[in-house]
Design a protein around this ligand. Structure first.
Ligand code: AOF
Ligand code: ZN
Length: 365
């Protein structure tokens, strides 16, 4: 017979409050890099007495805000944190000391901090001071929340997601599905999440503006425009009118770039050979921790990028939108797959959901 005990109830509660941590951590989506998104909830006698999240690098950590709100009620309370509390002096002092000083009784942690300067030292410090510590509650959820942070802190390379839309017969579509850029649409969410977006100049020609998020006052990713000489010339009207978020253009020696672009102070980087690797290195130097490789109709250069990205392990994730259309046009193209070094590669953690009548499928390389 199954025994039901108090421990099981505790586990349920722990999961509940940890999911709340993740929910509030997401309030800072797109704003914390290079830091993680972290949420903290302080619970005393079954009641939430404090909540906090990390808003931005340089600002206090989640625990600090939650402890401030809880005040004296933090004594003998349980603190839930989606990421192991830090034990180092960085831009801010250690959260372990703040928790110890506040005399919390128990700390429940979603995941160990992969940052080598923290990596379990925070947990040890808490245990050494007599606090009860539990680790790994809703761990998968917490890891997904910080997939960019985990990858970036361990590799010092941007987390790269390949995004495209396809028809039911497997052709790449140059349009986005309905509702994708609307408030709450999946594409508009991606734009909020990612630090940078790589687009081909050919996918922009003809459109009067870049596919920016339509959400008011939200952050926009840095736009990286790849202008291969095999595509049409890059023209000025396509560029962003917003002076503090100008795009960067990557061109090859033969690309025709409108002279007005330089006059407007828009940076153009000329590479001998347009390759994904060097562009991502440049993104890293700009401080972009995550980059969306946004494919709108396959042009030659993006075909090369996908091949290079898959073969050299530069891509981490795929987001594919399946549109309810059959594309039988002459120009229809498919996702490049032939002549890859590795013939079949299994993606991990496949997930799918509907978004405005379109099917979204995500997976990890
Ligand atoms: C936490 N809670 O809310 C955050 C943590 O430069 P600092 O002081 O902001 O430290 C950044 C590092 O601290 C970051 O790389 C990560 O390891 C940890 N972030 N830790 O306990 C938080 N943002
Ligand atoms: Zn901290």
């Amino acid at each position: 017979e199954n025994e039901v005990n108090d421990d099981d109830d505790d586990d349920d509660d722990d999961g509940f409050y940890m999911r709340r941590c993740v929910e509030i951590a997401k309030k800072a989506i797109g704003h914390t890099n290079p830091n993680p998104m972290v949420g903290c909830v302080i619970v005393k006698d079954g009641k939430v007495v404090g909540e906090g999240f990390h808003p931005k690098a340089g600002q206090p950590h989640a625990e600090v805000f939650a402890l401030r709100e809880a005040g004296d009620l933090a004594e003998n309370a349980t603190a839930y944190v989606s990421l192991e509390p830090c034990n180092h002096y960085g831009r801010t002092p250690p959260c372990t000391e703040a928790l110890i000083q506040a005399k919390v009784k128990r700390v429940v942690v979603g995941m160990v901090d992969p940052n080598p300067i923290v990596a379990s030292k925070g947990l040890e410090r808490l245990k050494d001071s007599g606090i009860e510590v539990k680790v790994g509650v809703e761990e998968e959820l917490c890891k997904r929340l910080n997939e960019v942070f985990i990858h970036h802190i361990l590799t010092r390379k941007p987390f790269v997601t390949l995004r495209y839309s396809i028809s039911m017969n497997g052709n790449i579509s140059d349009g986005l599905g309905e509702g994708a850029v609307e408030f709450g649409g999946y594409y508009s969410q991606l734009l909020q999440e990612y630090d940078g977006i790589i687009l081909s100049s050919s996918s922009l020609n003809g459109s009067s503006c870049l596919p920016l998020s339509q959400e008011p006052q939200c952050k926009q990713p840095k736009q990286i425009i790849v202008a291969s000489s095999s595509n049409s010339p890059v023209k000025l009207p396509l560029l962003n009118q917003n002076a503090d978020n100008q795009p960067i253009i990557f061109a090859d020696k033969n690309t025709e770039v409108d002279s007005g672009i330089a006059r407007h102070g828009i940076e153009t980087v000329v590479l001998d050979e347009l390759r994904l690797g060097p562009i991502l290195d440049y993104c890293e130097r700009l401080g972009l921790c995550s980059v969306l490789l946004d494919v709108r109709g396959f042009c030659g250069i993006f075909e090369e990028f996908v091949k290079e990205g898959v073969e050299n392990g530069l891509l981490q994730k795929v987001v594919m939108e399946v549109l309810p259309v059959w594309n039988g046009s002459r120009e229809a193209v498919t996702v490049p797959a032939k002549n890859f070094d590795t013939e079949v590669r299994r993606l991990a953690k496949l997930q799918s959901r509907m978004s405005n009548g379109n099917l979204l499928v995500e997976g990890y390389f």
